[in-house]
Design a binder for this molecule. Structure first.
Ligand code: CU
Length: 318
């Protein structure tokens, strides 16, 4: 699929999701047939100038992915309840459809039927996994969560005949838990000797161009390998509520114009002001690595000053 078609289906997917959410708000029931008002949600971005009603509908239904365990008639249903810190676990779940049965038929997106992202609630740890089908609509993935705490798991998929969805559920790991502060705003990440720099700004409500450049020992990497049908895969999560924003690369391997690095270009649209965590998966010399960033909206400087330790008062003491 070319980029235009991909973008087109992505936009369409969003529109259908919004349309579905609109329908779900009116009546609880099967969401098999698209609600009649689908067209208004789809038209809203361009028709907003003239028609106040459309603006209201758009605002009401513009919910980012990953915040709900059930959306548009589809529900993420974990079958595994206990996870111990540091212990590999066969984590299983189903996605039930509008008919109440586990979904078994999916569309492939980025080389996979389902993408499974697990992050700690404090956004310190990130995993991008690909569960396997264990039969009867059950998904199975070997999951190791490093330490005690609360995690958020996202299932990113597109059911056959439906639109793309990201459902989210919490995963709890028992034990003593020390939440960490959000990593400081930074446009440079290092992983396994690679340095990735980020250029571009996040502007709420607008497709924002982000350019990520991969170097190693000061030399640009020109031979990135395709991973999931692209030279990079970027997941953006909003701090505080972990709204999930799937970001798409500009161009793909083999399209005749996209280079295998050192720069990977993405378009991201964030829904609001705030801080976001960005996780870039890229593959080089046979290994996938993740570079992570914290980026605020609107800031133009490489970094905002970090609070000094003296500013951190213990307001909660008694
Ligand atoms: Cu994936």
């Amino acid at each position: 699929m070319n980029t235009a078609a991909k973008l087109g289906s992505y936009v369409l997917g969003l529109a259908v999701v919004f349309g579905g959410a609109l329908g779900a708000g009116k009546a609880v029931g099967p969401v098999g047939a698209p609600p009649a008002e689908d067209h208004s949600a789809m038209a809203a971005p361009t028709a907003s100038a003239g028609h106040g009603e459309h603006v209201t509908q758009q605002a009401k239904t513009d919910t980012p992915g990953g915040l709900q365990v059930s959306q548009n008639g589809y529900t993420l249903d974990p079958l595994t309840t206990t996870i111990k810190p540091g212990e590999p676990t066969d984590y299983r779940f189903t996605v039930t459809g509008p008919d109440g049965k586990p979904v078994t038929d999916y569309q492939v997106q980025h080389d996979k039927k389902l993408h499974f992202i697990v992050v700690s609630r404090d956004l310190g740890s990130f995993q991008h996994l690909h569960p396997t089908e264990a039969g009867d609509g059950v998904w199975s993935v070997k999951l190791t969560l490093p330490s005690a705490g609360t995690y958020r798991a996202f299932a990113d998929f597109s059911p056959a005949g439906g639109s793309a969805l990201t459902l989210g559920t919490d995963v709890l790991v028992a034990g003593d838990y020390e939440p960490k502060a959000l990593p400081q705003v930074s446009r440079t990440a290092t992983v396994d000797g690679y340095t990735v720099t980020l250029d571009g700004d996040l502007t709420p409500g607008q497709a924002s161009k982000l350019t990520l450049k991969v170097t190693k020992d000061g030399k640009p990497i020109n031979d990135l390998q395709p991973y999931l049908g692209a030279y990079g895969h970027l997941v953006a999560l909003r701090s505080k509520d972990l709204a999930y924003l799937h970001v798409h690369p500009d161009g793909e391997p083999g399209d005749g114009k996209t280079k295998a690095g050192p720069e990977i270009v993405f378009y991201a649209e964030v829904p609001s002001t705030g801080d976001y965590r960005l996780f870039l998966d890229f593959q080089h010399e046979g290994e996938v690595r993740t570079a992570d960033f914290t980026l605020g909206t609107g800031e133009r400087q490489p970094a905002i000053p970090a609070p000094t330790p003296s500013e951190h008062r213990d307001d909660h003491g008694h």
